[in-house]
Design a protein around this ligand. Structure first.
Ligand code: SF4
Length: 263
């Protein structure tokens, strides 16, 4: 094999390491855009939550879901006392799980052990309104579908139908929600709408997607046609073929900030 030494990130004769980009910045390691017959199956199965990292940054998705660096890099930072910027005020995971369980039990008519009456009342009123309007509510139903060739699983918090036609998908979120969080959460909701349609649910041509922010008692909503949803999902999926480093607001608090940008 002939190697063009000029293309290497260091010169062997001087054994001097330069500041050139590492190999994985230069070569996308085989994740290429194909002109036809696109099939980007990259891992055996992916959750909608992990898939939605793509909406934040394809490079982050690549580090996290293909190279599986999350745990290693976290350990590396701890071992070397490297401080990583983190957002303050985000919800703790246990509380999120508890609130989701309360909502699920309430929708399914089961006993609810309420831990936060104020939050619960807000959700209860929203749900009661839908039930009084004669809507059908489906909570925490697991779905599995092909996402442009990649098997994806997910559990939408809630989807709402009328006469067996899905009209809305909701996602309940605890804690603070920043702009880039919303981008990621809407990607999840779009993937759920697409997934429901792919596995045979009748989905309205225009669907309402809602992020319900239970702590701030806000609802952030988008209405999109299924065509818009498919185009957006596909467009983001194709971004995986471009792993160039970007300068995004999210870089400030990204676990991989040290890998992508000089600190
Ligand atoms: S630091 Fe920025 S470019 Fe790098 S993975 Fe994170 S979000 Fe993407």
């Amino acid at each position: 094999m002939t190697v063009n030494e000029e293309s290497l990130p260091y010169t062997d004769s001087q054994t001097e390491v330069t500041n050139s980009a590492p190999l994985y910045f230069i070569d996308n390691l085989g994740v290429n855009l194909q002109s036809e017959g696109l099939s980007l199956g990259i891992v055996s199965e992916l959750s909608v939550t992990k898939l939605s990292l793509l909406a934040l940054c394809p490079k982050k998705f690549y580090y996290s879901q293909i190279l599986k660096l999350d745990e290693d890099i976290d350990t590396f930072y701890k071992d070397h006392d490297i401080e990583v910027s983190k957002r303050v005020g985000t919800s703790d995971a246990q509380r999120g799980t508890r609130v989701h369980k309360e909502i699920e039990n309430y929708i399914n008519g089961k006993e609810v052990k309420i831990t936060d009456f104020d939050t619960f009342d807000f959700i209860k009123n929203l749900i009661d309104k839908e039930v009084s309007a004669g809507k059908e509510l489906n909570s925490e139903t697991e779905i599995k579908f092909s996402f442009f060739g990649q098997m994806v699983t997910g559990i939408p918090d809630l989807f709402i139908s009328e006469k067996d036609v899905v009209l809305e998908v909701w996602d309940f979120k605890t804690g603070e929600c920043f702009e880039d969080d919303k981008t990621q959460y809407f990607y999840q909701l779009q993937a759920y709408a697409y997934g429901l349609q792919s596995i045979g649910y009748k989905v309205n041509e225009t669907i309402r997607l809602s992020i319900v922010l239970v702590d701030s008692k806000e609802i952030v909503t988008k209405e999109l046609s299924m065509n818009e949803i498919k185009n957006e999902l596909y467009h983001r999926w194709l971004n995986l073929s471009d792993l160039s480093t970007q300068k995004l607001d999210h870089c400030e608090i990204c676990l991989y900030g040290n890998l992508c940008h000089k600190q």
